[in-house]
Design a protein around this ligand. Structure first.
Ligand SMILES: [Zn+2]
Length: 203
């Protein structure tokens, strides 16, 4: 069945979905009442149209500038760099009240993900454009090999901006994990214990 196979193939492309799960989801959607599958399609369509990227921090946003970037009470001297939008939620829960920058991934040469695939250029341009605002960039990429590579790459790119302090979250972050799996206490500790990165790399 061509159309069933097409549905299974497109579900299989979703992150974390293997062939078996794709099959199960496809069969579920086909068996579900019409209103349920139509609701799903409509929700996806609407989100695709109305959810865009914040032009400042590149988090998802339904307005040109997201509510965090527009929030005057936030500390504009701090920019916390994270891999994914869900990391913003996790770091915010820890009590952090600065700004963010979402990369939408991490460097992974093996998977062909280079700097041009991430929002790194946008970060550098953003920092250039705010000579009087941001004074510290906190690299809160995941504590795994890709996250470390990404942090190191950004730190190297910022070497020529001596007025910006570059730090890396530390303390109590287990290696190999996802940032958004950490509890608030651990994250808040990791942020408080951040260490400045030198030009040669992480200390
Ligand atoms: Zn924003």
């Amino acid at each position: 069945m061509k159309s069933l196979n097409r549905l299974i193939m497109s579900l299989k492309r979703l992150p974390g979905i293997g062939p078996k799960q794709a099959e199960r989801l496809a069969l579920y959607l086909l068996r579900a009442p019409d209103y349920e599958s139509e609701n799903f399609i409509a929700a996806l369509k609407e989100a695709k149209i109305s959810v865009k990227f914040c032009r400042e921090c590149w988090d998802f946003s339904e307005s040109l500038v997201c509510r965090r970037c527009a929030d005057e009470s936030r500390d504009k001297s701090l920019i916390c760099v994270v891999e994914e939008p869900q990391d913003v939620l996790a770091v915010d829960k820890s009590g952090y009240r600065g700004l963010y920058h979402v990369l939408h991934g991490a460097l992974s040469p093996l998977d062909g993900i280079g700097p041009e695939r991430l929002r790194i250029r946008e970060l550098l341009e953003r920092l250039k454009g705010r000579a009087d605002a941001a004074t510290e960039v906190i690299l809160a990429t995941d504590p795994d090999a890709e996250g470390e590579t990404t942090a190191l790459y950004i730190a190297t790119q910022l070497k020529s901006s001596p007025r910006i302090k570059v730090s890396r979250i530390g303390h109590g972050v287990p290696m190999g994990g996802d940032l958004d799996y950490l509890d608030e206490g651990t994250l808040s500790h990791a942020l408080a214990g951040r260490k400045e990165m030198d030009s040669g790399g992480a200390r």
